[in-house]
Design a protein around this ligand. Structure first.
Ligand SMILES: NC(=O)c1ccc[n+]([C@@H]2O[C@H](COP(=O)([O-])OP(=O)(O)OC[C@H]3O[C@@H](n4cnc5c(N)ncnc54)[C@H](OP(=O)(O)O)[C@@H]3O)[C@@H](O)[C@H]2O)c1
Length: 256
């Protein structure tokens, strides 16, 4: 059986670590040329090296802060310049600082929406324009269980993910005739580098975080970047050409 993403070009935002890195590596293992985005050059180049050495596919790092529209345009332009087209975009880059409805500052709100929503919006916009010139493509929005209501201390984050859920349905509804699909993945709880750091800053160790995950998640463990990547690869692949506008819950049963 051939690899599931053979000859596809996939852009993954926020792929220098965490869930995005896991998705980038699995896309490469499945035969895709991968465009790795993030702000940290050292980490991004390390992911590219890992792909080239262990997967044998092509990869490139495009450094950029996707909270700026210009960086989103440059990311997609760089991918098209190098590979001639893009077939897949994974809107993964995201930040999740805490803040409730009664203590979120304007600066915190703006920073969360700039990355999680504005970045996903403009990366999607430039990806759609590139995909329209070719044979269509697939966009995957990395969402969250918080996108439906959200934890009390995650007010702006939850609203940003809710907006992304609307973005998903909007693209699916209006660009299907261009053979462009969009699907959302509901991520449960992953002990990513970012999540571990956040908990450590609150005085909670990685092992305590994992214990909390085991207790809270019905499946009895936290999800891994690979759990999320399996579903994302399916949504990027030709196995799912009739799948659009959906919400794929990879969350071990949280919120059921
Ligand atoms: N971990 C969870 O439990 C969980 C649950 C639900 C949803 N999610 C979602 O999953 C996604 C990935 O989260 P994660 O847990 O893997 O986080 P992470 O470990 O903190 O990784 C976040 C990634 O995004 C990049 N990034 C952050 N801000 C960026 C910006 N302005 N421009 C470009 N890249 C940026 C980071 O790279 P640089 O530092 O190099 O920029 C990094 O590669 C997010 O959308 C998050 O909301 C996570």
């Amino acid at each position: 059986m051939g690899k599931r993403l053979n000859s596809k070009v996939v852009v993954v935002t926020g792929a220098t670590k965490g869930i995005g890195k896991g998705i980038a590596l699995m896309c490469a293992e499945e035969g895709a040329a991968v465009v790795v985005n993030g702000r940290n050059e050292q980490d991004g180049l390390a992911v590219v090296r890992q792909i080239e050495e262990s997967c044998g596919t092509e990869a490139m790092f495009v450094q950029g802060d996707i909270s700026s529209e210009a960086a989103c345009r440059q990311l997609i332009d760089a991918a098209v310049t190098r590979f001639g087209r893009i077939d897949g975009l994974v809107n993964n880059a995201g930040i999740f600082p805490r803040g409730s409805m009664i203590n979120t500052t304007e600066a915190l709100y703006d920073s969360i929406f700039a990355v999680n929503m504005k970045g996903a919006f403009f990366c999607s916009m430039y990806a759609i324009q590139a995909m329209q010139k070719n044979e269509g493509g697939s966009i995957v929005q990395i969402g969250s269980t918080n996108g439906y209501k959200g934890g009390k201390d995650l007010a702006a984050y939850s609203c940003s993910k809710g907006a992304m859920l609307t973005l998903n349905r909007h693209i699916a509804a209006h660009y299907g005739s261009d053979r462009i699909r969009s699907n959302w993945v509901t991520v449960g709880w992953v002990a990513s580098e970012g999540e571990i750091e956040l908990y450590q800053n609150m005085g909670i160790s990685e092992s305590e975080l994992r214990k909390r995950g085991e207790t809270y998640i019905p499946s009895g463990r936290m999800q891994t970047p690979e759990d999320i990547a399996y579903g994302t690869v399916f949504l990027l692949s030709d196995e799912s050409t009739q799948v659009t506008g959906t919400e794929l819950h990879i969350n071990g049963g949280i919120g059921l």
